[in-house]
Design a protein around this ligand. Structure first.
Ligand code: ADP
Ligand code: ZN
Length: 609
Protein backbone atom coordinates (compact mmCIF):
# COMPACT_ATOMS: atom_id res chain seq x y z
CA UNK A 1 0.00 0.00 0.00
CA UNK A 2 2.88 2.35 0.81
CA UNK A 3 4.04 1.90 -2.76
CA UNK A 4 0.65 2.54 -4.20
CA UNK A 5 0.42 5.62 -2.02
CA UNK A 6 3.69 7.00 -3.17
CA UNK A 7 2.77 6.42 -6.82
CA UNK A 8 -0.40 8.42 -6.31
CA UNK A 9 1.50 11.20 -4.58
CA UNK A 10 4.15 11.33 -7.27
CA UNK A 11 1.63 11.41 -10.09
CA UNK A 12 -0.44 14.03 -8.33
CA UNK A 13 2.60 16.29 -8.26
CA UNK A 14 3.99 15.42 -11.63
CA UNK A 15 0.82 15.60 -13.68
CA UNK A 16 -1.41 18.00 -11.79
CA UNK A 17 1.15 19.98 -9.83
CA UNK A 18 -0.71 19.55 -6.53
CA UNK A 19 1.16 18.82 -3.33
CA UNK A 20 -1.46 16.84 -1.48
CA UNK A 21 -4.88 15.30 -1.82
CA UNK A 22 -8.02 17.07 -0.69
CA UNK A 23 -10.17 15.28 1.87
CA UNK A 24 -11.62 11.99 0.52
CA UNK A 25 -9.81 12.11 -2.82
CA UNK A 26 -7.23 9.47 -1.96
CA UNK A 27 -9.79 7.13 -0.41
CA UNK A 28 -12.08 7.42 -3.41
CA UNK A 29 -9.22 6.79 -5.82
CA UNK A 30 -8.10 3.76 -3.79
CA UNK A 31 -11.62 2.34 -3.79
CA UNK A 32 -12.12 2.75 -7.49
CA UNK A 33 -8.69 1.32 -8.28
CA UNK A 34 -9.50 -1.74 -6.22
CA UNK A 35 -12.59 -2.26 -8.35
CA UNK A 36 -15.18 -1.18 -5.83
CA UNK A 37 -18.32 0.82 -6.64
CA UNK A 38 -18.30 4.26 -5.00
CA UNK A 39 -20.77 6.99 -4.25
CA UNK A 40 -19.19 10.31 -3.31
CA UNK A 41 -21.08 13.39 -2.22
CA UNK A 42 -18.65 16.27 -2.08
CA UNK A 43 -19.45 19.96 -2.28
CA UNK A 44 -18.46 22.17 -5.20
CA UNK A 45 -14.79 22.97 -5.26
CA UNK A 46 -13.71 19.88 -3.38
CA UNK A 47 -12.04 18.39 -6.45
CA UNK A 48 -14.40 15.71 -7.65
CA UNK A 49 -12.88 15.58 -11.14
CA UNK A 50 -9.51 14.50 -9.86
CA UNK A 51 -11.15 11.45 -8.29
CA UNK A 52 -11.65 9.90 -11.73
CA UNK A 53 -8.98 11.74 -13.72
CA UNK A 54 -6.03 10.44 -11.78
CA UNK A 55 -7.06 6.75 -11.67
CA UNK A 56 -8.03 6.95 -15.35
CA UNK A 57 -4.61 8.30 -16.29
CA UNK A 58 -2.94 5.60 -14.21
CA UNK A 59 -4.96 2.79 -15.79
CA UNK A 60 -2.42 1.87 -18.45
CA UNK A 61 -4.08 1.37 -21.80
CA UNK A 62 -7.63 1.42 -20.57
CA UNK A 63 -10.41 3.91 -21.11
CA UNK A 64 -12.57 5.48 -18.40
CA UNK A 65 -16.04 6.62 -19.40
CA UNK A 66 -17.32 9.81 -17.78
CA UNK A 67 -20.99 10.62 -18.19
CA UNK A 68 -22.01 14.21 -17.61
CA UNK A 69 -25.18 16.13 -18.53
CA UNK A 70 -23.74 19.45 -19.64
CA UNK A 71 -21.77 19.71 -22.85
CA UNK A 72 -20.20 23.02 -21.84
CA UNK A 73 -18.78 21.51 -18.66
CA UNK A 74 -17.42 18.51 -20.51
CA UNK A 75 -15.74 20.69 -23.10
CA UNK A 76 -14.18 22.69 -20.33
CA UNK A 77 -12.90 19.57 -18.59
CA UNK A 78 -11.38 18.21 -21.79
CA UNK A 79 -9.71 21.54 -22.44
CA UNK A 80 -8.23 21.66 -18.94
CA UNK A 81 -7.18 18.05 -18.89
CA UNK A 82 -5.48 18.23 -22.24
CA UNK A 83 -3.32 21.02 -20.92
CA UNK A 84 -1.78 18.36 -18.69
CA UNK A 85 -1.30 15.83 -21.48
CA UNK A 86 -3.51 14.59 -24.31
CA UNK A 87 -5.68 12.46 -22.06
CA UNK A 88 -9.31 13.03 -22.99
CA UNK A 89 -11.83 13.22 -25.80
CA UNK A 90 -15.46 14.16 -26.02
CA UNK A 91 -18.15 12.49 -28.10
CA UNK A 92 -21.22 14.51 -28.77
CA UNK A 93 -23.55 15.35 -31.62
CA UNK A 94 -22.34 18.92 -31.93
CA UNK A 95 -18.94 17.78 -33.23
CA UNK A 96 -18.21 18.02 -36.92
CA UNK A 97 -18.15 14.67 -38.74
CA UNK A 98 -14.45 14.94 -39.12
CA UNK A 99 -13.75 15.62 -35.43
CA UNK A 100 -16.16 12.90 -34.43
CA UNK A 101 -14.35 10.30 -36.54
CA UNK A 102 -11.00 11.54 -35.34
CA UNK A 103 -12.08 11.13 -31.72
CA UNK A 104 -13.39 7.66 -32.39
CA UNK A 105 -10.10 6.70 -33.98
CA UNK A 106 -8.23 7.92 -30.92
CA UNK A 107 -10.48 5.86 -28.66
CA UNK A 108 -10.12 2.70 -30.71
CA UNK A 109 -6.36 2.99 -30.98
CA UNK A 110 -6.08 3.39 -27.21
CA UNK A 111 -4.54 6.87 -27.31
CA UNK A 112 -6.77 8.45 -24.69
CA UNK A 113 -7.63 7.59 -21.09
CA UNK A 114 -10.97 9.35 -20.66
CA UNK A 115 -14.07 9.57 -22.80
CA UNK A 116 -16.47 12.33 -21.81
CA UNK A 117 -19.92 11.66 -23.13
CA UNK A 118 -23.52 12.77 -22.62
CA UNK A 119 -25.84 9.94 -21.57
CA UNK A 120 -27.92 10.02 -24.74
CA UNK A 121 -24.81 9.75 -26.89
CA UNK A 122 -23.39 6.94 -24.80
CA UNK A 123 -26.56 4.88 -25.18
CA UNK A 124 -26.49 5.02 -28.99
CA UNK A 125 -25.90 1.53 -30.42
CA UNK A 126 -22.89 2.54 -32.49
CA UNK A 127 -21.18 4.06 -29.45
CA UNK A 128 -21.90 0.98 -27.34
CA UNK A 129 -20.57 -1.24 -30.10
CA UNK A 130 -17.48 0.86 -30.28
CA UNK A 131 -16.93 0.44 -26.55
CA UNK A 132 -17.14 -3.35 -26.94
CA UNK A 133 -13.90 -3.07 -28.85
CA UNK A 134 -11.89 -1.29 -26.14
CA UNK A 135 -10.90 -2.16 -22.63
CA UNK A 136 -12.74 -0.02 -20.10
CA UNK A 137 -11.30 0.82 -16.69
CA UNK A 138 -14.39 2.16 -14.93
CA UNK A 139 -17.52 4.20 -15.41
CA UNK A 140 -18.02 7.60 -13.78
CA UNK A 141 -21.43 9.16 -13.47
CA UNK A 142 -20.98 12.86 -12.80
CA UNK A 143 -23.90 14.87 -11.40
CA UNK A 144 -25.32 11.53 -10.34
CA UNK A 145 -28.33 13.13 -8.63
CA UNK A 146 -29.75 13.57 -12.16
CA UNK A 147 -30.73 9.92 -12.05
CA UNK A 148 -33.22 10.46 -9.25
CA UNK A 149 -36.72 11.77 -9.61
CA UNK A 150 -36.37 13.05 -6.07
CA UNK A 151 -33.42 15.23 -7.01
CA UNK A 152 -33.70 18.82 -8.13
CA UNK A 153 -32.48 18.11 -11.64
CA UNK A 154 -33.94 14.82 -12.82
CA UNK A 155 -32.91 13.74 -16.31
CA UNK A 156 -34.75 10.79 -17.80
CA UNK A 157 -31.79 9.91 -20.04
CA UNK A 158 -29.82 9.11 -16.88
CA UNK A 159 -32.24 6.28 -16.11
CA UNK A 160 -31.01 4.34 -19.14
CA UNK A 161 -27.54 4.12 -17.68
CA UNK A 162 -28.63 1.20 -15.51
CA UNK A 163 -28.55 -1.09 -18.55
CA UNK A 164 -24.80 -0.54 -18.80
CA UNK A 165 -24.43 -2.81 -15.79
CA UNK A 166 -25.59 -5.77 -17.85
CA UNK A 167 -23.66 -4.80 -20.90
CA UNK A 168 -20.39 -4.34 -18.95
CA UNK A 169 -20.67 -6.67 -15.97
CA UNK A 170 -18.00 -6.21 -13.35
CA UNK A 171 -17.19 -2.66 -14.42
CA UNK A 172 -16.76 -0.49 -11.30
CA UNK A 173 -18.96 2.59 -11.10
CA UNK A 174 -18.08 5.90 -9.47
CA UNK A 175 -21.12 8.14 -8.86
CA UNK A 176 -20.33 11.78 -8.03
CA UNK A 177 -22.54 14.64 -6.98
CA UNK A 178 -22.44 17.80 -4.90
CA UNK A 179 -25.92 17.46 -3.48
CA UNK A 180 -27.94 14.42 -2.60
CA UNK A 181 -30.36 13.92 0.24
CA UNK A 182 -30.49 10.48 1.84
CA UNK A 183 -33.39 9.60 -0.39
CA UNK A 184 -31.52 10.62 -3.54
CA UNK A 185 -28.43 8.71 -2.37
CA UNK A 186 -30.49 5.57 -2.04
CA UNK A 187 -32.03 6.15 -5.42
CA UNK A 188 -28.60 6.49 -7.03
CA UNK A 189 -27.40 3.25 -5.49
CA UNK A 190 -30.44 1.23 -6.51
CA UNK A 191 -30.87 2.74 -9.97
CA UNK A 192 -27.27 2.02 -10.83
CA UNK A 193 -27.39 -1.42 -9.21
CA UNK A 194 -24.34 -0.52 -7.19
CA UNK A 195 -22.90 -3.39 -5.22
CA UNK A 196 -22.00 -2.58 -1.58
CA UNK A 197 -20.65 0.78 -2.65
CA UNK A 198 -18.10 2.70 -0.63
CA UNK A 199 -19.87 5.85 0.50
CA UNK A 200 -18.10 9.19 0.96
CA UNK A 201 -20.03 12.16 2.28
CA UNK A 202 -18.20 15.39 2.96
CA UNK A 203 -19.48 18.33 4.91
CA UNK A 204 -21.47 20.88 2.93
CA UNK A 205 -19.40 23.59 4.51
CA UNK A 206 -17.30 25.73 2.19
CA UNK A 207 -14.83 27.26 4.62
CA UNK A 208 -13.30 29.67 2.10
CA UNK A 209 -16.60 31.48 1.51
CA UNK A 210 -17.11 34.52 3.69
CA UNK A 211 -20.82 34.93 4.43
CA UNK A 212 -22.23 38.35 5.07
CA UNK A 213 -25.73 39.78 5.26
CA UNK A 214 -26.39 43.48 5.30
CA UNK A 215 -29.58 45.37 5.50
CA UNK A 216 -30.32 46.87 2.09
CA UNK A 217 -30.59 50.59 2.59
CA UNK A 218 -29.33 52.01 -0.67
CA UNK A 219 -28.75 48.85 -2.65
CA UNK A 220 -26.84 50.24 -5.58
CA UNK A 221 -24.48 52.35 -3.47
CA UNK A 222 -23.84 49.39 -1.22
CA UNK A 223 -23.11 47.27 -4.26
CA UNK A 224 -20.55 49.63 -5.76
CA UNK A 225 -18.91 50.26 -2.39
CA UNK A 226 -18.58 46.53 -1.92
CA UNK A 227 -17.21 45.99 -5.42
CA UNK A 228 -14.44 48.54 -4.97
CA UNK A 229 -12.54 45.89 -3.10
CA UNK A 230 -12.64 43.56 -6.07
CA UNK A 231 -11.17 45.61 -8.87
CA UNK A 232 -10.22 43.39 -11.83
CA UNK A 233 -11.76 40.34 -10.23
CA UNK A 234 -14.70 38.25 -11.27
CA UNK A 235 -18.03 38.35 -9.52
CA UNK A 236 -21.70 37.57 -9.98
CA UNK A 237 -24.61 39.74 -8.88
CA UNK A 238 -27.92 37.91 -8.59
CA UNK A 239 -31.18 39.87 -8.91
CA UNK A 240 -34.81 38.89 -8.80
CA UNK A 241 -35.97 40.32 -12.14
CA UNK A 242 -34.77 40.74 -15.68
CA UNK A 243 -35.56 44.41 -15.59
CA UNK A 244 -33.46 44.98 -12.51
CA UNK A 245 -30.61 43.04 -14.10
CA UNK A 246 -30.57 45.41 -17.05
CA UNK A 247 -30.89 48.48 -14.84
CA UNK A 248 -27.96 47.54 -12.68
CA UNK A 249 -25.79 46.80 -15.70
CA UNK A 250 -26.63 50.21 -17.15
CA UNK A 251 -25.82 51.97 -13.90
CA UNK A 252 -22.56 50.06 -13.42
CA UNK A 253 -21.49 50.76 -16.98
CA UNK A 254 -22.13 54.47 -16.42
CA UNK A 255 -19.71 54.33 -13.52
CA UNK A 256 -17.08 52.70 -15.70
CA UNK A 257 -17.49 49.23 -14.20
CA UNK A 258 -17.57 46.50 -16.83
CA UNK A 259 -20.64 44.33 -16.44
CA UNK A 260 -22.98 42.32 -18.63
CA UNK A 261 -26.48 40.96 -18.03
CA UNK A 262 -27.67 37.38 -18.17
CA UNK A 263 -31.29 36.36 -17.96
CA UNK A 264 -33.89 34.14 -19.55
CA UNK A 265 -35.36 37.01 -21.56
CA UNK A 266 -32.24 37.27 -23.70
CA UNK A 267 -31.61 35.21 -26.81
CA UNK A 268 -29.53 32.08 -26.31
CA UNK A 269 -26.91 33.66 -28.51
CA UNK A 270 -26.60 36.79 -26.39
CA UNK A 271 -26.54 34.76 -23.22
CA UNK A 272 -23.76 32.57 -24.53
CA UNK A 273 -21.77 35.54 -25.66
CA UNK A 274 -21.98 37.19 -22.24
CA UNK A 275 -21.17 33.97 -20.42
CA UNK A 276 -18.17 33.42 -22.65
CA UNK A 277 -16.97 36.99 -22.03
CA UNK A 278 -17.18 36.31 -18.30
CA UNK A 279 -15.35 32.99 -18.52
CA UNK A 280 -12.59 34.58 -20.56
CA UNK A 281 -12.18 37.56 -18.23
CA UNK A 282 -13.26 39.99 -20.94
CA UNK A 283 -15.84 41.27 -18.51
CA UNK A 284 -15.53 41.06 -14.74
CA UNK A 285 -19.10 41.15 -13.61
CA UNK A 286 -22.23 39.32 -14.64
CA UNK A 287 -25.54 40.61 -13.35
CA UNK A 288 -27.91 37.71 -13.60
CA UNK A 289 -31.19 36.19 -12.67
CA UNK A 290 -31.08 32.66 -11.34
CA UNK A 291 -30.72 31.39 -14.90
CA UNK A 292 -26.96 31.95 -14.70
CA UNK A 293 -24.34 29.55 -13.44
CA UNK A 294 -25.39 26.03 -14.32
CA UNK A 295 -22.93 25.39 -17.07
CA UNK A 296 -19.92 27.24 -15.80
CA UNK A 297 -16.83 25.95 -14.16
CA UNK A 298 -14.99 29.21 -13.61
CA UNK A 299 -12.80 28.61 -10.59
CA UNK A 300 -11.85 32.20 -9.73
CA UNK A 301 -15.19 33.89 -9.05
CA UNK A 302 -14.22 36.09 -6.10
CA UNK A 303 -17.63 37.33 -5.00
CA UNK A 304 -21.33 36.68 -5.27
CA UNK A 305 -23.80 39.38 -4.32
CA UNK A 306 -27.46 38.71 -3.76
CA UNK A 307 -29.09 41.99 -4.56
CA UNK A 308 -32.44 40.44 -3.69
CA UNK A 309 -33.45 37.75 -1.28
CA UNK A 310 -33.10 34.29 -2.87
CA UNK A 311 -36.23 32.22 -3.14
CA UNK A 312 -34.98 29.57 -0.74
CA UNK A 313 -31.86 28.57 1.07
CA UNK A 314 -31.04 25.81 -1.39
CA UNK A 315 -30.79 28.24 -4.29
CA UNK A 316 -28.78 30.57 -2.08
CA UNK A 317 -26.34 27.77 -1.32
CA UNK A 318 -26.04 26.79 -4.97
CA UNK A 319 -25.47 30.35 -6.06
CA UNK A 320 -22.85 31.25 -3.49
CA UNK A 321 -21.30 27.89 -4.37
CA UNK A 322 -20.20 29.37 -7.68
CA UNK A 323 -17.69 31.51 -5.83
CA UNK A 324 -14.24 30.35 -4.77
CA UNK A 325 -14.12 26.97 -6.46
CA UNK A 326 -10.34 27.30 -6.49
CA UNK A 327 -10.29 27.24 -2.70
CA UNK A 328 -9.10 30.83 -2.36
CA UNK A 329 -11.16 33.17 -0.19
CA UNK A 330 -14.33 34.52 -1.79
CA UNK A 331 -16.98 36.82 -0.42
CA UNK A 332 -20.73 36.33 -0.45
CA UNK A 333 -22.88 39.34 0.37
CA UNK A 334 -26.62 39.20 0.75
CA UNK A 335 -28.47 42.51 0.78
CA UNK A 336 -31.59 42.06 2.83
CA UNK A 337 -34.37 44.49 1.95
CA UNK A 338 -37.28 44.41 4.32
CA UNK A 339 -39.53 45.85 1.63
CA UNK A 340 -38.58 42.92 -0.61
CA UNK A 341 -39.69 40.52 2.08
CA UNK A 342 -43.18 41.95 2.19
CA UNK A 343 -43.31 41.72 -1.60
CA UNK A 344 -42.41 38.04 -1.42
CA UNK A 345 -44.99 37.51 1.31
CA UNK A 346 -47.57 39.26 -0.81
CA UNK A 347 -46.88 36.94 -3.74
CA UNK A 348 -46.99 33.90 -1.51
CA UNK A 349 -50.39 34.94 -0.21
CA UNK A 350 -51.64 35.29 -3.76
CA UNK A 351 -51.00 31.61 -4.40
CA UNK A 352 -54.20 29.61 -4.84
CA UNK A 353 -52.85 26.22 -3.90
CA UNK A 354 -52.68 25.88 -0.12
CA UNK A 355 -49.92 23.31 -0.28
CA UNK A 356 -47.75 25.51 -2.48
CA UNK A 357 -48.47 28.43 -0.24
CA UNK A 358 -47.30 26.53 2.80
CA UNK A 359 -44.10 25.35 1.14
CA UNK A 360 -43.25 28.82 -0.08
CA UNK A 361 -43.98 30.24 3.36
CA UNK A 362 -41.69 27.71 5.01
CA UNK A 363 -38.92 28.34 2.53
CA UNK A 364 -39.11 32.02 3.28
CA UNK A 365 -38.86 31.47 7.02
CA UNK A 366 -35.83 29.21 6.64
CA UNK A 367 -34.20 31.84 4.44
CA UNK A 368 -34.98 34.56 6.98
CA UNK A 369 -33.71 32.48 9.86
CA UNK A 370 -30.40 32.48 8.04
CA UNK A 371 -30.46 36.13 7.04
CA UNK A 372 -31.43 37.37 10.49
CA UNK A 373 -29.28 34.96 12.47
CA UNK A 374 -27.20 36.51 15.19
CA UNK A 375 -25.18 33.34 15.62
CA UNK A 376 -22.62 31.96 13.17
CA UNK A 377 -24.29 31.89 9.75
CA UNK A 378 -22.97 28.42 9.11
CA UNK A 379 -25.26 27.07 11.84
CA UNK A 380 -28.58 27.78 10.10
CA UNK A 381 -27.10 27.21 6.63
CA UNK A 382 -25.71 23.75 7.37
CA UNK A 383 -28.68 22.83 9.52
CA UNK A 384 -30.70 22.90 6.34
CA UNK A 385 -28.52 20.08 5.03
CA UNK A 386 -28.90 18.13 8.22
CA UNK A 387 -25.48 19.01 9.58
CA UNK A 388 -24.78 20.55 12.94
CA UNK A 389 -21.90 22.98 12.76
CA UNK A 390 -19.66 22.57 15.76
CA UNK A 391 -16.96 25.21 15.60
CA UNK A 392 -17.14 27.98 18.15
CA UNK A 393 -16.16 30.64 15.61
CA UNK A 394 -16.01 29.99 11.87
CA UNK A 395 -13.83 33.03 11.23
CA UNK A 396 -15.60 33.60 7.94
CA UNK A 397 -18.99 35.14 8.55
CA UNK A 398 -19.99 38.62 9.63
CA UNK A 399 -21.41 37.46 12.94
CA UNK A 400 -18.33 35.50 13.95
CA UNK A 401 -15.87 38.13 12.80
CA UNK A 402 -17.75 41.10 14.22
CA UNK A 403 -18.56 39.27 17.38
CA UNK A 404 -20.38 42.40 18.55
CA UNK A 405 -23.80 41.85 17.18
CA UNK A 406 -26.00 41.94 20.24
CA UNK A 407 -28.10 39.04 21.36
CA UNK A 408 -31.78 39.44 20.62
CA UNK A 409 -33.78 40.79 23.52
CA UNK A 410 -37.35 40.75 24.69
CA UNK A 411 -39.17 43.42 22.73
CA UNK A 412 -42.73 42.31 23.46
CA UNK A 413 -43.79 45.64 24.96
CA UNK A 414 -42.24 47.63 22.13
CA UNK A 415 -43.88 45.35 19.57
CA UNK A 416 -47.23 45.89 21.29
CA UNK A 417 -46.80 49.65 21.20
CA UNK A 418 -45.86 49.64 17.54
CA UNK A 419 -48.65 47.32 16.46
CA UNK A 420 -51.38 48.98 18.47
CA UNK A 421 -50.36 52.23 16.86
CA UNK A 422 -50.83 50.58 13.46
CA UNK A 423 -54.24 49.36 14.61
CA UNK A 424 -55.41 52.64 16.09
CA UNK A 425 -54.45 54.70 13.07
CA UNK A 426 -56.60 52.43 10.90
CA UNK A 427 -54.04 50.11 9.25
CA UNK A 428 -53.38 52.33 6.26
CA UNK A 429 -50.21 54.26 7.06
CA UNK A 430 -46.62 53.44 6.26
CA UNK A 431 -43.67 52.99 8.56
CA UNK A 432 -42.58 56.65 8.66
CA UNK A 433 -45.97 57.89 9.76
CA UNK A 434 -46.42 55.25 12.45
CA UNK A 435 -43.05 56.12 13.93
CA UNK A 436 -44.00 59.81 13.84
CA UNK A 437 -47.06 59.10 15.94
CA UNK A 438 -45.06 56.95 18.36
CA UNK A 439 -42.57 59.77 18.78
CA UNK A 440 -45.35 62.33 19.41
CA UNK A 441 -44.91 64.31 16.20
CA UNK A 442 -47.00 67.46 15.73
CA UNK A 443 -46.73 67.44 11.94
CA UNK A 444 -49.78 68.74 10.13
CA UNK A 445 -51.03 65.37 8.94
CA UNK A 446 -50.96 63.92 12.47
CA UNK A 447 -52.95 66.85 13.86
CA UNK A 448 -55.41 66.84 10.94
CA UNK A 449 -56.22 63.19 11.50
CA UNK A 450 -56.50 63.76 15.24
CA UNK A 451 -53.85 61.14 15.88
CA UNK A 452 -52.30 63.32 18.58
CA UNK A 453 -55.25 62.29 20.71
CA UNK A 454 -54.56 58.57 20.41
CA UNK A 455 -53.24 56.67 23.41
CA UNK A 456 -50.25 55.58 21.34
CA UNK A 457 -49.25 59.15 20.44
CA UNK A 458 -45.86 59.88 21.98
CA UNK A 459 -45.52 56.59 23.84
CA UNK A 460 -42.31 55.76 22.00
CA UNK A 461 -40.12 58.65 23.08
CA UNK A 462 -37.76 56.35 24.92
CA UNK A 463 -36.39 55.01 21.60
CA UNK A 464 -34.87 56.69 18.58
CA UNK A 465 -36.51 56.86 15.17
CA UNK A 466 -33.99 54.39 13.78
CA UNK A 467 -34.69 51.93 16.55
CA UNK A 468 -38.45 52.03 15.90
CA UNK A 469 -37.94 51.60 12.18
CA UNK A 470 -35.67 48.69 12.83
CA UNK A 471 -38.36 47.11 14.99
CA UNK A 472 -40.99 47.77 12.33
CA UNK A 473 -38.89 45.97 9.74
CA UNK A 474 -38.48 42.99 12.02
CA UNK A 475 -42.23 42.84 12.60
CA UNK A 476 -42.63 42.72 8.83
CA UNK A 477 -39.87 40.18 8.44
CA UNK A 478 -41.42 37.89 11.01
CA UNK A 479 -44.81 38.25 9.38
CA UNK A 480 -46.61 40.07 12.21
CA UNK A 481 -47.20 43.04 9.95
CA UNK A 482 -47.82 43.01 6.24
CA UNK A 483 -46.91 45.88 4.01
CA UNK A 484 -48.85 46.96 0.96
CA UNK A 485 -46.41 46.35 -1.88
CA UNK A 486 -47.44 49.51 -3.72
CA UNK A 487 -48.21 52.09 -1.04
CA UNK A 488 -46.30 50.72 1.91
CA UNK A 489 -49.29 50.80 4.28
CA UNK A 490 -48.91 48.48 7.27
CA UNK A 491 -51.55 45.99 8.44
CA UNK A 492 -51.69 43.48 11.27
CA UNK A 493 -51.65 39.81 10.34
CA UNK A 494 -53.14 36.93 12.29
CA UNK A 495 -49.70 36.39 13.82
CA UNK A 496 -49.84 39.82 15.46
CA UNK A 497 -52.75 39.10 17.78
CA UNK A 498 -51.14 36.63 20.19
CA UNK A 499 -48.45 39.24 20.86
CA UNK A 500 -50.95 42.08 21.20
CA UNK A 501 -53.62 40.26 23.20
CA UNK A 502 -51.87 37.68 25.30
CA UNK A 503 -48.34 39.01 25.43
CA UNK A 504 -46.71 36.23 23.37
CA UNK A 505 -43.02 36.97 23.51
CA UNK A 506 -41.39 38.82 20.64
CA UNK A 507 -37.61 39.09 20.53
CA UNK A 508 -35.38 41.12 18.23
CA UNK A 509 -33.02 44.06 18.00
CA UNK A 510 -33.46 47.74 18.68
CA UNK A 511 -30.21 49.58 18.40
CA UNK A 512 -30.36 53.29 19.11
CA UNK A 513 -28.24 55.44 16.84
CA UNK A 514 -27.66 54.50 13.24
CA UNK A 515 -28.39 50.84 13.51
CA UNK A 516 -28.13 49.58 10.00
CA UNK A 517 -24.60 50.65 9.20
CA UNK A 518 -22.98 48.56 11.87
CA UNK A 519 -19.41 49.73 12.37
CA UNK A 520 -18.70 46.07 12.89
CA UNK A 521 -19.31 45.36 9.23
CA UNK A 522 -16.24 47.49 8.51
CA UNK A 523 -14.17 45.22 10.65
CA UNK A 524 -15.37 42.27 8.62
CA UNK A 525 -14.19 44.10 5.56
CA UNK A 526 -10.80 44.77 7.10
CA UNK A 527 -10.38 41.14 7.97
CA UNK A 528 -11.02 40.25 4.37
CA UNK A 529 -8.70 42.71 2.70
CA UNK A 530 -5.69 40.51 3.03
CA UNK A 531 -7.62 37.96 1.00
CA UNK A 532 -5.97 38.56 -2.25
CA UNK A 533 -2.76 40.48 -2.20
CA UNK A 534 -3.26 43.71 -0.37
CA UNK A 535 0.37 44.71 -0.80
CA UNK A 536 0.55 47.08 -3.81
CA UNK A 537 3.82 45.71 -5.18
CA UNK A 538 2.55 42.14 -5.05
CA UNK A 539 -0.70 43.25 -6.50
CA UNK A 540 1.12 44.79 -9.49
CA UNK A 541 3.05 41.64 -10.12
CA UNK A 542 -0.13 39.63 -9.87
CA UNK A 543 -1.67 41.89 -12.52
CA UNK A 544 1.31 41.38 -14.81
CA UNK A 545 1.06 37.63 -14.49
CA UNK A 546 -2.63 37.85 -15.11
CA UNK A 547 -2.05 39.85 -18.23
CA UNK A 548 0.43 37.29 -19.53
CA UNK A 549 -2.04 34.55 -18.81
CA UNK A 550 -4.77 36.38 -20.70
CA UNK A 551 -2.45 36.93 -23.66
CA UNK A 552 -1.60 33.23 -23.89
CA UNK A 553 -5.21 32.21 -23.46
CA UNK A 554 -6.40 34.55 -26.18
CA UNK A 555 -3.78 33.19 -28.56
CA UNK A 556 -5.06 29.67 -27.92
CA UNK A 557 -8.71 30.72 -27.86
CA UNK A 558 -9.28 29.40 -24.34
CA UNK A 559 -10.40 30.72 -20.96
CA UNK A 560 -7.44 32.09 -18.96
CA UNK A 561 -7.93 29.69 -16.04
CA UNK A 562 -7.10 26.82 -18.38
CA UNK A 563 -3.54 28.15 -18.53
CA UNK A 564 -3.14 28.65 -14.78
CA UNK A 565 -5.56 29.25 -11.94
CA UNK A 566 -5.51 32.35 -9.76
CA UNK A 567 -4.16 30.21 -6.98
CA UNK A 568 -1.13 29.39 -9.10
CA UNK A 569 -0.51 33.07 -9.83
CA UNK A 570 -0.94 34.02 -6.18
CA UNK A 571 1.64 31.41 -5.18
CA UNK A 572 4.03 32.68 -7.83
CA UNK A 573 3.78 36.14 -6.31
CA UNK A 574 4.22 34.85 -2.78
CA UNK A 575 7.09 32.45 -3.40
CA UNK A 576 8.83 34.14 -6.31
CA UNK A 577 10.28 31.04 -8.00
CA UNK A 578 13.37 31.95 -9.99
CA UNK A 579 14.12 28.66 -11.74
CA UNK A 580 12.12 25.97 -13.48
CA UNK A 581 12.72 23.58 -10.64
CA UNK A 582 11.45 26.11 -8.12
CA UNK A 583 8.47 26.64 -10.34
CA UNK A 584 7.47 22.98 -10.09
CA UNK A 585 6.85 23.56 -6.38
CA UNK A 586 4.02 25.92 -7.22
CA UNK A 587 0.42 24.70 -7.06
CA UNK A 588 -0.93 23.67 -10.44
CA UNK A 589 2.40 23.50 -12.27
CA UNK A 590 2.69 19.96 -13.60
CA UNK A 591 5.29 18.66 -16.01
CA UNK A 592 3.46 19.62 -19.19
CA UNK A 593 2.51 23.12 -18.13
CA UNK A 594 6.04 23.65 -16.86
CA UNK A 595 7.38 22.89 -20.29
CA UNK A 596 4.74 24.88 -22.09
CA UNK A 597 4.56 28.02 -19.94
CA UNK A 598 7.38 27.83 -17.40
CA UNK A 599 9.90 30.09 -19.15
CA UNK A 600 7.25 32.61 -20.12
CA UNK A 601 6.10 33.13 -16.54
CA UNK A 602 9.61 33.00 -15.13
CA UNK A 603 10.60 35.89 -17.33
CA UNK A 604 7.71 37.98 -16.03
CA UNK A 605 8.81 37.11 -12.50
CA UNK A 606 12.45 37.82 -13.20
CA UNK A 607 11.76 41.13 -14.97
CA UNK A 608 10.06 42.36 -11.85
CA UNK A 609 13.01 41.73 -9.61
P1 ADP B 1 -15.77 20.02 -8.04
O1 ADP B 1 -16.08 19.28 -9.31
O2 ADP B 1 -15.85 19.16 -6.83
O3 ADP B 1 -16.54 21.28 -7.91
P2 ADP B 1 -13.25 20.48 -9.30
O4 ADP B 1 -12.92 19.11 -9.70
O5 ADP B 1 -13.74 21.44 -10.35
O6 ADP B 1 -14.26 20.46 -8.09
O7 ADP B 1 -11.98 21.09 -8.57
C1 ADP B 1 -12.05 22.35 -7.96
C2 ADP B 1 -10.68 23.00 -7.96
O8 ADP B 1 -9.81 22.35 -7.04
C3 ADP B 1 -10.01 22.94 -9.32
O9 ADP B 1 -9.46 24.22 -9.58
C4 ADP B 1 -8.94 21.86 -9.14
O10 ADP B 1 -7.86 22.13 -9.97
C5 ADP B 1 -8.59 22.01 -7.67
N1 ADP B 1 -8.08 20.76 -7.03
C6 ADP B 1 -8.60 19.52 -7.14
N2 ADP B 1 -7.89 18.64 -6.39
C7 ADP B 1 -6.91 19.35 -5.79
C8 ADP B 1 -5.84 19.02 -4.88
N3 ADP B 1 -5.66 17.78 -4.43
N4 ADP B 1 -5.03 20.00 -4.47
C9 ADP B 1 -5.22 21.26 -4.93
N5 ADP B 1 -6.18 21.64 -5.76
C10 ADP B 1 -7.04 20.70 -6.20
ZN1 ZN C 1 -19.47 32.10 11.56
Amino acid sequence: MADANSILDTKLREIFGYTSFNPHQREIIDAIRSGRDCLAILPTGSGKSLCYQLPAILSGEKLAIVVSPLISLMKDQVLQLNQLGEYAVLLNSSLSREDYSKNIARIVSGQVRILYVAPETLMKPHVLNLLDRVSISFLTIDEAHCISEWGHDFRPEYRQLATLRERFPGLPVLALTATATKRVQKDIVTSLHMKTPALFVASFDRPNLFLEVKEKTNGFKQLTAFMERFANQSGIVYCASRKETEQIVTKLTKQGISALPYHAGMSAEDRNRNQEAFIRDDVNIIVATIAFGMGINKPDVRFVVHYDLPKNIESYYQQIGRAGRDGLPAHCLLLLGYGDISKIRYFINQKEDEHEKRIAGNQLSVMLAFAEATCCRRIPLLRYFGESYQKENCGACDNCVDGVRAETRDLTVEAQKFMSCVWRTGQMFGMGYIVNVLLGSTEKRVLQKGHDRLSTWGIGKDHSRQAWQQLGRQLIAHGLLSQDPTYGGLKLTAAAWPVLRSGKKFTGHMDEGKAATKPAAKKAVAARREDVLSDPAKRNLFEELRQKRKELATEMDMPPYVVFSDRTLVEMVEHRPATLSELTEIHGVGAVKLKRYGQIFLSVLNDSR
